[in-house]
Write a protein that binds this ligand. Structure first.
Ligand code: PMP
Length: 444
C-alpha cells in the first residue's frame, strides 16, 4: 500500500464534528479519509475503502472527477466571487438554465442555496410567499411526514419527522403537522422497488384538511424516497394520491429531491421515476457531485410568476444567501451536469439496477435481517435491534465493514447503501459480500 502524504492533525480537540459521537471518534481515530478517486476512498495509510454510499448520497459521478476539478480551477481564476443581490454573473444564470433543462417540464425557475437544509427552508418560504402573493395569507400551515428528513434549519427540522433531530431544540416552528410515515406494513416487507400497499396513507391529508381547513394549509413536503431515515420507498400510488389531494385543496406539493435528484433513481429526478410532478423541488448533493457546496430550489413557472408579480415594484422575495449561485459552485454544477449527460449517469444507474436489486435481496437470509428495500441505486437493510440497545447492531456492522474496506451508512438499525452511479458489478459484489460477512460476524 502506498503511503499518501497528507497533513496530520496535531489535535482532534478543536473540531466539533457534526452528527457524530465526538467522544468515541476522538478516542478511536482509525476512520480518517485522506483521498478519493473513482469508486474509492483512501485512508492516510493508503488503505482503500470502497464507497458504498457516494459519500453522503452525493458523489454520484464518482470521486475525483477531473472535469469538475478543472471547471472549478478555471472559474476561480476568472471570478472568485460576486454578489447576486441586484447584480449577476453569467455562470450562475447558465447553471440555473441547465438545471431547468433537467427538471420536469414547466419547472424552469431556479433559486440557489448552499445546502439541502437551506433548500428546504427556501422551499417552505417560497410556498408561504406564494400564498401570500395570491391573497391567501391564511395558508400558513406546513405539513411534513413522520421520519422525513429535510435538513437541520428550523424550517426543515420542524417539518422533518425524525424525533432525535428535533427533541434537543425546544418548540420549533408552530403550525406544523405530520402525515404518517409509510413503513411497517407487513405486505411490504422485502418488497422490490415500490411496495404494493399503503397508498391510502396519503388520505390522512384529508383528516388534516378536515381538522384545520384547507384555507390554512400552505404546503406538504415529502422526500419522494425517504433516505436518511433508512430508505423508505413510497408505496405504489401513494405520491400520486398526495398530488391529487394537494390539487383538490390548493396545497403546494414540495418534493425534497436532495437525495433522489441527479440520477439516483435512474432518472434525472425522482419525480420522473415515480411519475408525479411537484410544484416545488429541492436539490443539493449530486448537483455539484459534492465537490463544492451548492443547493437549489426549482419551482413551477406559475409559482415564480405569482411571487414576482404579487409584489408591486422592488424586491419580490426577501430571501437569499451571500453565496447563492456562487461562481465556483455554479462551475462545478455545470461540469457535473455535463457529466450526467455525456456519461448518461441516470442510464447507467438504470442498467445496473436489476443486478443491484438482486444483490440487495440476496442478503435476505443473513441473520437478524428483518427487511430489505430498494429502488434505483438505493438500498436499505433493516436489522433487528439488539435487545435494549437500539442502533448498536448496525453500528457494529458499520465498523466491521469499514475495517474490511467498504463504506456503508447506518441510521438506527438500518444499513443504507447508495453507491456512486458509476458502480460496476464487481463493486456491487464486494459491497454486498462484505456487508453480508459483517452481518454474519456480528451475529456470531
Ligand atoms: N433533505 C434531504 C432529503 C436530505 O437527505 C438531506 C441530507 N441528507 C438534506 C435535506 C440536508 O442537506 P444538507 O446536509 O446539505 O443541509
Amino acid at each position: 500500500m502506498n503511503e499518501i502524504s497528507v497533513p496530520r492533525p496535531n489535535s482532534l480537540d478543536a473540531y466539533w464534528m457534526p452528527f457524530s459521537d465526538n467522544k468515541y471518534f476522538k478516542g478511536d481515530t482509525s476512520r480518517m479519509i485522506a483521498r478519493a478517486e473513482g469508486m474509492s476512498y483512501y485512508t492516510p495509510e493508503g488503505r482503500e475503502i470502497l464507497d458504498g454510499t457516494a459519500g453522503l448520497w452525493c458523489c454520484n459521478a464518482g470521486h475525483g472527477r477531473v472535469e469538475i476539478k478543472e471547471a472549478i480551477q478555471k472559474q476561480a481564476a476568472i471570478l472568485d466571487y460576486a454578489p447576486t443581490f441586484q447584480l449577476g454573473h453569467p455562470i450562475a444564470f447558465e447553471a440555473a438554465s441547465r438545471i431547468a433543462e433537467m427538471t420536469p417540464e414547466g419547472m424552469d425557475r431556479v433559486f440557489f442555496t448552499n445546502s439541502g437544509s437551506e433548500s428546504a427552508d427556501t422551499a417552505l418560504k417560497i410556498a408561504l410567499a406564494y400564498h401570500k402573493a395570491r391573497g391567501e395569507s391564511s395558508r400558513v400551515r406546513l405539513i411534513g411526514r413522520e421520519r422525513g428528513y429535510h435538513g437541520v434549519g428550523f424550517g426543515g427540522m420542524s417539518v422533518g419527522g425524525i424525533g432525535a433531530n428535533r427533541k434537543q431544540f425546544g418548540a420549533l416552528l408552530p403550525y406544523v403537522d405530520h402525515l404518517p410515515h409509510t413503513h411497517g406494513l407487513k405486505e411490504n416487507l422485502f418488497a422490490k422497488g415500490e411496495p404494493p400497499a399503503g397508498a391510502h396513507l396519503a388520505d390522512v391529508l384529508e383528516n388534516l384538511v378536515a381538522l384545520h381547513g384547507a384555507e390554512t394549509i400552505a404546503a406538504v413536503m415529502v422526500e419522494p424516497v425517504a433516505g436518511s431515515t433508512g430508505v423508505l420507498v413510497p408505496p405504489a400510488g401513494y405520491l400520486k394520491r398526495l398530488r391529487e389531494l394537494c390539487d383538490k385543496h390548493g396545497i403546494l406539493l414540495i418534493f425534497d429531491e436532495v437525495i433522489t435528484g441527479f440520477g439516483r433513481l435512474g432518472t434525472n429526478f425522482g419525480a420522473e421515476r415515480l411519475g408525479v410532478v411537484p410544484d416545488i423541488m429541492t436539490m443539493a448533493k449530486g448537483l455539484t457531485n459534492a465537490a463544492v457546496p451548492m443547493g437549489a430550489v426549482a419551482v413551477k413557472n406559475g409559482v415564480y410568476d405569482t411571487v414576482v408579480n404579487g409584489v408591486a415594484g422592488g424586491i419580490e422575495f426577501f430571501h437569499g444567501y451571500t453565496y447563492s449561485g456562487h461562481p465556483l459552485a455554479a462551475a462545478a454544477a455545470i461540469a457535473t451536469m455535463q457529466l450526467h449527460q455525456s456519461e448518461d449517469l441516470p442510464g447507467r444507474a438504470r442498467a445496473i439496477e436489476p443486478y443491484w436489486q438482486d444483490a440487495m435481496h440476496s442478503m435476505r437470509d443473513a441473520p437478524n435481517v428483518i427487511d430489505i428495500r430498494d429502488i434505483g441505486l438505493i438500498g436499505g437493510i433493516e436489522l433487528a435491534p439488539r435487545p435494549g440497545k437500539p442502533g448498536a447492531r448496525a453500528m457494529d456492522v458499520f465498523r466491521r465493514c469499514f475495517d474490511a474496506g467498504v463504506l456503508v451508512r447506518v441510521t438506527g438499525d438500518i444499513v443504507a447503501l447508495s453507491p456512486p452511479l458509476i458502480v460496476e458489478k464487481p463493486h456491487v459484489d464486494r459491497i454486498v459480500g462484505t456487508l453480508t460477512d459483517a452481518i454474519r460476524a456480528e451475529a456470531a
